[in-house]
Structures are given as structure tokens and as C-alpha cells.
Write a protein that binds this ligand. Structure first.
Ligand code: GAL
Length: 658
């Protein structure tokens, strides 16, 4: 079956409301809720005093109503007493101020005391509820790193040094790798190694990149400390923690082997036409992190959030459409934040499945409709998807790019999202892969702005259709550039190297006698097959060693220089192509990929995804669309489709093709 439900926070409500909740859950087809995510102060009202009665009663009642429970360990938000009694558990800012209680997540992930207290709670909880028949999953903490992902207290600083010692062995090796001869930064004792904060000017890029990696590891240790307890006390229950899409702080590739099931929270802006594509990208990443296994959507919003400047609602049908889209891309659970909209607190104006106005709001109707529809998708659960196209995406490379001082204000994530969107618009299913992943199953690999490239990648890409884009391969894993031309280890594969960066800087124009005569380049354009495309101000001087020039730059000083090259099936794009340019290039490259996916003729607005023998037709547009089908039954309506099927605006058809 497909799970449907969401975060349930009955701590905020009286018993009568809880009784009503359970009845409403049944009406909406809710079959799973996440409980106790913010339960610590209720579970352990005083240090070492545990009270489980409230949750035992709740779990019993949910179980009797046929609602399963994803039980949280409650450690995401410590109660005030923890910080008051153990100030060392509080995170400290670079300026020395401690963050305090009264909001949430006020813990220092590197604090030994915090980890101990969390593990004690988890042990009690696991003993109490590990064999409760309602509990089907452990939900460790919540969104690791979301608000607090670093601390500058003495314990954290000491742990950072130990972590670096374990990584580099000797201080000599650290000095060498970090290039500390620059600006006289050479360390002569480990005690001199501090966090990269409170500095007069620019940090050493590798210092910051390692600091970020260190915190990703600290957060992972917090998760593992809880997971070990859960595994020991109740080895049969699976364990997850909820990810946040491409959240930049935590290396989910490194974490994922430690999760029994990948789960995700994602909140695209409903008013953005790209939101559906972003949702698809986030789902594709989750499926990929799990090695193709189904994942859970742990949180999405029923309608509005409350944390943007303007919080637009989902359009009628959008929640349902996106929920079906999640299942199309591999989700076996569609869960929301949150079940019942809060009456007070910071999230009062964040929507819930049960809105403030209750059944009077059309949001409720859509919740019920979606629950009924997801029930019909039970046969889809468990099926895997196979993509033949992969995009490389890597957290250490992101950290390297974001830690670098120049060459531009980096945003590799945008580049990755753009290429994903272009492939999505063309109808391709995409997996994400890390440079360390096994790439052998992919025919096509896109490498957008992978700043850090290590030896070995070229061998994995050889023989495939490969599109590498600007901003790739400037550095190795220690933030040292690849000398002799960027692209470094990919130079042979691509037959080119990047010998200069030729971006434009935004300037005004002048009209004076001398100043008005000065010429500067204000745009970068790429000419491909007689068409000009915008390059977002980025041009690279490409030296062609052994490749064919497919497109050239247009503009002052760059006119005619190679912009896109190909060596066999390996393409290089030395610019940041606009939407139309990406589409044109993809059509050209993938249209000709030997044995590669064929570009389907798809109507505007229609997303088509196959999961096992089921074909999802998801219409994101405003007009009904028609799609040819040989024969199949729509799981949602039970209608048999033959020859042609019509999909209404913001509606879907799920064909059983067996
Ligand atoms: C998530 C979080 C939830 C809730 C939600 C609101 O980041 O896990 O607890 O705060 O955002 O959008």
C-alpha cells in the first residue's frame, strides 16, 4: 500500500480533539502518522523522569483505528531544562553567544552531553514502544542541520582538531594539503587550528570546506548514536531520518547507507512554474540516494507554508497532482506537515490537512480525495524505476565551490536544477549519481558545474554520452587547482581544456568623450546551429586538443571562440546556457545518442513517468491534453483506455499496462 498521513502533534490538543482527529483520519484515508517529533518535553518532563502514558494511550487508539505510526525519537527539540541544566548542550555562535530555548533545535551536535541525553531518552522510548503493534518505523530526530549545523564552543573546536588529525595524520600533511605557506598561515601546533570564523578577511577555502564536512559528520554521528540504540533494543524496526532535498549542509550520499529507508521533506513554492520540476528533482534524488529503492515523502505542505514573505496556496488540484507525482517517481508514502493546523505557536499560519476552519475549507476536500486516490495506487507500491540518464551531484564539490573565493559567486545547485529541468521538460527520467557511484547502468551522464574533480571519473564516463558544463574540474579534493588547464582529469575524455575564464562583469555605460569610446562586453552569447543563446555572462577560453567545435561564442574579444565542443560522445559546454540553449543542445545530443532514449513527442504540460507496469500521465497545464495509449486501465477511475486518453488540467491518469 501507499502510506498517507503526516506529522501528528496531539501534544497541542485536548483529548476531545484527539478523538475527532482519529475519526477524521479514517475519513481521509490516513493510514500512517508521525508522532512525537517534538515530544521530548512531554516524554521526559524532568531530567531522567520519563512519562509514556500519553503516547501509549495515543498509540493504542491509533492502532485500534488502523493507523500505523512512524515514531519519532523526539530529540530534535530539547526541552528548556536540558539547556538550563547542561549549558554545554547549547550551540554557540562564532561571536560567542549561545543560542537558547524558546524556539527549536537548540542543541550543539558535537556536544557529548547532548548525545548522551538523547541516547538515554531513545533507550527508554525503544524499550517502551519498540514492540508496540502500531509502530512500523523509527523517525530519528528531525531534519538534521536545518536550523543549527555548527557551533563554536570549546568542545566543538577540540573535536574539529581531532577530526582533522584523523583525516590528515600529521600537521605537516595538513599544512601541505591546505597550502598554508600562502599568507603565512603555517600551523606549528594543533592547538592553533581554529574554526574558519572571526577572521580579518578571506578564509583559506579548504579550511572552510573541511569545517563544513566536519559538521556533516558530526550530525551523522548524532544520528548514528541514536540508531545504534534502536538497533540494539528493537533490531527488526526500520530506521529513517527525514532529508531535505538538496540541503547543502549534509552529505546525503555519505549518510544514506545508514538509513533503512530514505525519506524527504520538500516545500517548493506553488506559484513558481518550475515547482513541479523541482519536486521531481527532489524525488529523483531521494530515489537515487536509496539506490533505486522506493522512498517516503515525509513532509510536504497541504497548501500554504507560513515562512515565506508571501505564502501562496496550492492551486486547486495541485496537492493531489504533486502527491500522485511523488508516487510516480518512487514514493511509497505521501505524508504532510502537518495533520492538524496549529492553533498557536510559530506555525499557526502553516496549513494542515485539517485546516483552522475544519471541513469548511476546500483544502480538506482535496485531502480526502487524495487519500482515496492513493489507496487505489496500492499495486504501484514497491516498484522500482530505471533511468538511463544521470546527473552528477556531489556535496563535497558543492562545499569546495562555495568555499572558494571566486572565480564567481558559485551556485552549482542552480546549474544542476537547470539541467534537470531541461531533461524533465523533454520527458526524460533522471537519476542523480555521485562521482563515486557506479555509473555503469547509465547511457547518458550530465556533469553540470562539478567544481571538484578527482582522478578516476574520466574512466567511469568513457564510452557514454557525456555532457560536461562550465565550472567543472577546476580543483582537486584539497581545493588545489588542476594546473595546465581546467577540466584536469577530464581533459582527455573531452579533448579540450579551459585555459582562461572570460566572464563579463556587470557595468554601466558611459557617454563621455573618452569613457563613451571604451568598449566592454556586456553579454555572453553562444551560437549553435544558427541560433543565439544567452550564456549568463560566462565564457571560458577552450583550447581544443582533439575535438570538434560545435558552437562558438559571439561578442567582443570572444567572437568565434569555441563554446561547445565534442569528442565522440563527450560534449563540453563552456558557458551557462539558457533554457532554450539547453533544450537545443539536449535535443541534438540525445536525439543522436546511440541506443539512448528517444525524444518523445509530448503535449505541453504533460509529465509521463513509468513505474513498473504503471504509466503516470500528469497534466501540469491549464488545458486538457490527449495522449496515445495502446491499452490500459486507469487505476484512479477504473476506466479502460484504448487508442487515446484525455487528461484534464491539473489532473492525472495512472494506467495499468499489464
Ligand atoms: C519542516 C519541519 C517541520 C515544519 C515544516 C514547516 O522543515 O520539519 O517540523 O516546521 O518545516 O514547513
Amino acid at each position: 500500500m501507499i502510506y498517507y498521513g503526516g506529522d501528528y502533534n496531539p501534544e497541542q490538543w485536548d483529548q476531545q480533539t484527539v478523538a475527532e482527529d482519529i475519526a477524521l483520519m479514517q475519513e481521509a484515508g490516513v493510514n500512517l502518522v508521525s508522532v512525537a517529533i517534538f515530544g521530548w518535553s512531554r516524554l521526559e518532563p524532568k531530567d531522567g523522569v520519563y512519562e509514556f502514558g500519553f503516547y501509549r494511550d495515543l498509540l493504542d487508539r491509533l492502532h485500534a483505528a488502523g493507523v500505523d505510526v512512524d515514531l519519532a525519537t523526539g530529540t530534535a527539540s530539547p526541552p528548556p531544562w536540558l539547556g538550563e541544566m547542561y549549558p554545554e548542550t547549547l550551540p554557540v555562535r562564532a561571536d560567542g553567544t549561545a543560542l537558547t530555548w524558546g524556539s527549536r533545535q537548540q542543541y550543539n551536535p558535537a556536544s557529548t552531553k547532548f548525545r548522551e541525553k538523547a541516547a538515554e531518552l531513545v533507550e527508554e522510548l525503544a524499550r517502551e514502544f519498540g514492540s508496540h503493534p502500531a509502530v512500523v518505523m523509527w523517525h530519528v530526530s528531525n531534519e538534521y542541520g536545518c536550523h543549527v549545523s555548527e557551533s563554536f564552543d570549546p568542545e566543538s573546536r577540540e573535536r574539529f582538531r581531532l577530526w582533522l588529525q584523523a583525516r590528515y595524520g600529521t600537521l605537516e600533511q595538513l599544512n601541505e594539503a591546505w597550502g598554508t605557506q600562502f599568507w603565512s598561515q603555517r600551523y606549528t601546533s594543533w592547538s592553533q587550528v581554529e574554526p574558519p570564523a572571526n577572521l580579518p578577511t578571506f578564509h583559506n577555502p579548504i579550511h572552510l570546506a573541511r569545517w563544513r564536512e566536519f559538521w556533516s559528520d558530526q550530525l551523522l554521528e548524532c544520528y548514528l548514536a541514536e540508531k545504534r540504540v534502536l538497533q540494539r533494543v528493537c533490531p527488526d524496526l526500520p530506521v529513517t531520518t527525514n532529508y531535505m532535498g538538496f540541503f547543502p549542509t549534509v552529505d546525503y550520499w555519505k549518510w544514506s547507507p545508514h538509513l533503512d529507508l530514505i525519506s524527504n521533506d520538500f516545500y517548493p513554492e506553488p506559484g513558481d512554474p518550475r515547482a513541479g520540476a523541482q519536486f521531481a528533482a527532489s524525488s529523483d534524488l531521494m530515489r537515487s540516494l536509496g539506490g533505486g529503492r522506493p522512498f517516503w515523502q515525509m513532509e510536504q505542505t497541504p497548501s500554504t507554508v507560513q515562512w515565506r514573505d508571501r505564502n501562496s496556496p496550492k492551486r486547486p488540484g495541485q496537492f493531489r497532482l504533486w502527491s500522485l507525482g511523488l508516487v510516480a517517481r518512487g514514493a511509497d508514502a505521501v505524508l504532510q506537515f502537518q495533520w492538524r493546523q496549529s492553533r498557536s505557536g510559530a506555525e499557526t499560519y502553516h496549513s494542515g490537512m485539517v485546516p483552522h476552519a475544519g471541513k469548511l475549507s476546500p483544502v480538506w476536500e482535496e485531502m480526502v480525495q487524495t487519500g482515496a486516490d492513493l489507496k487505489k495506487l496500492a499495486p504501484v507500491a514497491g516498484h522500482r524505476l530505471r533511468a538511463s540518464v544521470a546527473i552528477l551531484w556531489d556535496w563535497p564539490s558543492l562545499w569546495a565551490a562555495e568555499s572558494a573565493i571566486g572565480p564567481i559567486g558559485w551556485d552549482p545547485l542552480t546549474r544542476v536544477a537547470q539541467w534537470h529541468q531541461s531533461l524533465y521538460d523533454l520527458g526524460f527520467l533522471v537519476d542523480f549519481a555521485s562521482p563515486d557511484s557506479d555509473l555503469s547502468g547509465y547511457e547518458v551522464v550530465v556533469v553540470p558545474s562539478l567544481f571538484q574533480v578527482l582522478p578516476g571519473l574520466a574512466e567511469k564516463l568513457a564510452g557514454k554520452t557525456v555532457i560536461v558544463t562550465a565550472g567543472t574540474g577546476y580543483q582537486n579534493g584539497e581545493a588545489q587547482v588542476h594546473l595546465g588547464g581546467y577540466l584536469g582529469p577530464l581533459r582527455d575524455l573531452l579533448g579540450v581544456r579551459v585555459v582562461d575564464l572570460l566572464p563579463v562583469a556587470p557595468t554601466g555605460s558611459a557617454t563621455g568623450r573618452i569613457t563613451g569610446a571604451v568598449r566592454t562586453r556586456t553579454r555572453v552569447q553562444v551560437s549553435l546551429d544558427g541560433q543565439s543563446y544567452d550564456g549568463d555572462g560566462w565564457a571560458e577560453r577552450i583550447q581544443v586538443d582533439q575535438a570538434e567545435v560545435v558552437a562558438t561564442f559571439e561578442g567582443l574579444d570572444v567572437d568565434g571562440l569555441p563554446a561547445i565542443t565534442r569528442r565522440g560522445s563527450a560534449w563540453y559546454v563552456g558557458s551557462f546556457l539558457d533554457e532554450a540553449g539547453r533544450a537545443a543542445l539536449l535535443e541534438r545530443v540525445l536525439g543522436s545518442a546511440p541506443g539512448g532514449p528517444q525524444l518523445a513527442e509530448l503535449p505541453a504540460g504533460l509529465e509521463v513517468v513509468s513505474r513498473g507496469p504503471f504509466q503516470f500521465l500528469l497534466n501540469h497545464g491549464e488545458d486538457p491534453v490527449q495522449f496515445p495509449v495502446s491499452a490500459g486501465t486507469d487505476l484512479l477511475t477504473g476506466r479502460v483506455a484504448r487508442g487515446q486518453v484525455t487528461v484534464g488540467p491539473r489532473d492525472a491518469v495512472v494506467l495499468d499496462l499489464r
